[in-house]
Design a protein around this ligand. Sequence first.
Ligand code: SAH
Length: 222
Amino acid sequence: MNGNFEDNYRHKGLRKQLVELLRTKGITDENVLGAIGEVPRHVFLDSSFVELAYQDKAFPIGSGQTISQPFTVAFQTELLKVESGMKVLEIGTGSGYQACVLAAMGARVFTIERQRNLYFKTKAMLEHLPYVRVKSFLGDGYEGLPTYKPFDRVIITAAAPVIPRHLIEQMNVGGIMVIPLNDDDGNGQKMMRITVQADGKLKRESFGDFNFVPLLKNVADD
Ligand code: SAH
């Protein structure tokens, strides 16, 4: 966060270009593209160089964490098939950008961050934005949010070694989870879409290779 909450024509122009770039990279869901075109990504970055915010790149956000590349945000969001009014659980709040993209699509977003400093920094920053449907929590994402279940959608924005069991238990039938799952060879993750079927079984689909920071256990102070 850089304290720059102004959103002017230049920012809007840069966002339009980013949306067009994401189209050329294969993103087709107009609701996703509309949300990326709306949410002011430059306010989520520590840097005051606004051009950087609208490049298709990941950036450091403090506490050793990153804000995901716009393509990755768009790709995960498209796989999630979000509809207005759905309850969405995000694991890994980070900068809060992905949560706001989901909120811009009309979702009720519950997002969990394990790093205390990052959690407080992002929570304070979200208060300056109009996305009041984002509720943020400090906690271990592996545990989910049993009090607020069931969720229609779950999105995990850190590299997971396994599909967290508690999160599956907190989903509706027909619910969808999008999760970057570690490859067996230890090189990056496969983006997986997991659907909870009526018989309780999980349908698994795989969508290519990505690289995320790790999903870690427990709340941390740094
Ligand atoms: N969605 C973010 C990007 C997140 S980077 C954005 O839009 O900016 C991944 C985040 O997941 C980091 O902030 C990391 O601290 C957090 N994280 C890692 N393990 C976690 C866990 N078990 N529970 C909650 N958050 C976790």
